[in-house]
Design a protein around this ligand. Structure first.
Ligand code: H2U
Ligand code: ZN
Length: 349
């Protein structure tokens, strides 16, 4: 049976990157909603906020004060989830393999994308996102060079709905001693695929999506932004490099600008979808920094936006998702078509 016959039939799709299934129920997209409505972010945001702990020149927690920075600015998180000064120990409770704990070393940093309090990636120019790509790359290399750090997670929580504590455009970096669960699962899938096919899962996938175009949202010479076939969140997307590279530091000057370009265009489409500042969590998956080559890794970025059908109705990951399997209603193809139909000029411009 062809895939387009599944448009109205409940089915499950395989996520080869996580090696798990997602349940798709396209017949359910019309169901009524009488549940919780979120508050859209409508408050006007000033260019500079004297109370913001990320704006240039302002005070942070403790005695710290930000410099009067003019582009990007990175600092060690004042409330870091990880630190370096911990002893290396594994603790096993009462000789049982059921109670196992290990100390974990790491470094947490905050990356301000711009001195302007009122901007977002979507509202920044491609040329102003370039320094953000450069600072991510420098941070990855700097942290990779430290013997204690074996994995670097770069991410952004955008919007109050995703738990961002502040509208000032910023992201975080958590770098630690061990590879966390999600990249570890992806790594094992990438490795298995490589051993079985002598090729890269994500290189093959990029070629296939490029040929079909059905799930492509936007693209340039170096990157594709797609709603993956196995997307779980309604408007989830995957930014894939066409070239097989393991990490952000391997991008050349053209590719760094191309990454800035695709991030700018994708986030603008997101904002235009519901004409609101679109919330999401995004981040990069790249090879661990444990000194191994990791030829299986293919640099990419995931966007996980919570919104479902408007700026005020979100998807809840509850019940079935928590207990059984991830699930979605609208198909990935429909989500991609909606995002593809939007203009790339920001609605506020
Ligand atoms: P989020 O908005 O994604 O929570 O990121 C903001 C981070 O900034 C958060 O991790 C840190 C918080 O710990 N922070 C400081 O490091 N210093 C401060 O003065 C306030 C917040
Ligand atoms: Zn600010």
């Amino acid at each position: 049976m062809e895939l387009n016959k599944l448009k109205e039939i409940p089915h499950r799709r395989y996520n080869p990157l996580m090696q798990e299934w997602v349940l798709v129920s396209p017949q359910r997209t019309q169901r009524p909603w009488q549940g919780q409505l979120e508050k859209p972010e409508t408050e006007a945001v000033p260019r500079y906020d004297p109370k913001c702990y990320l704006c240039p020149g302002n005070a942070r927690a403790g005695d710290a004060r930000n410099p009067t920075y003019e582009s990007t600015f990175v600092f060690d998180n004042d409330f870091a989830a990880l630190r370096l000064d911990v002893p290396r120990v594994t603790v096993t409770g009462s000789d049982s393999e059921l109670l196992v704990a290990q100390t974990e070393m790491g470094i947490c940093r905050v990356v301000c994308f711009s001195p302007r309090h009122d901007l977002t990636l979507a509202r920044m120019k491609k040329n102003d996102i370039l320094p953000v790509v450069e600072v991510w790359s420098e941070q990855y290399e700097d942290l990779a060079g430290r013997q204690e750090i074996r994995y670097v997670q770069i991410f952004e929580n955008r919007g109050a709905m995703m738990g961002a504590s502040n509208p000032h455009p910023h992201g975080q970096i958590w770098a630690n001693q061990t590879t966390p669960n999600v990249p570890r699962q992806e790594q094992s899938a990438l490795l298995e695929y490589r051993q079985r096919h002598h090729s890269c899962l994500l290189c093959e996938y990029a070629r296939l999506e490029d040929a079909e175009q059905e799930r492509v949202v936007c693209q340039n010479d170096f990157f594709l932004a797609i709603v993956p076939f196995w997307a779980e969140w309604p408007f989830e997307s995957l930014v894939l490099s066409r070239r097989h590279i393991g990490d952000i530091a391997a991008l050349d000057a053209h590719e760094r600008l191309a990454l800035a370009d695709i991030l700018q265009r994708l986030t603008t489409r997101y904002d235009n979808l519901f004409e609101s500042s679109f919330p999401y969590s995004m981040g990069f998956h790249q090879r661990p920094t444990d000194g191994e080559e990791h030829a299986e890794w293919h640099f990419h970025s995931h966007f996980f936006p919570p919104l479902l059908r408007s700026a005020t109705v979100r998807k809840f990951v509850v019940g079935y998702e928590l207990l059984a399997s991830s699930q979605r209603d609208m198909t990935a193809e429909d989500a991609a078509a909606r995002l593809r139909a939007l203009p790339e000029e920001h609605y506020l411009r």
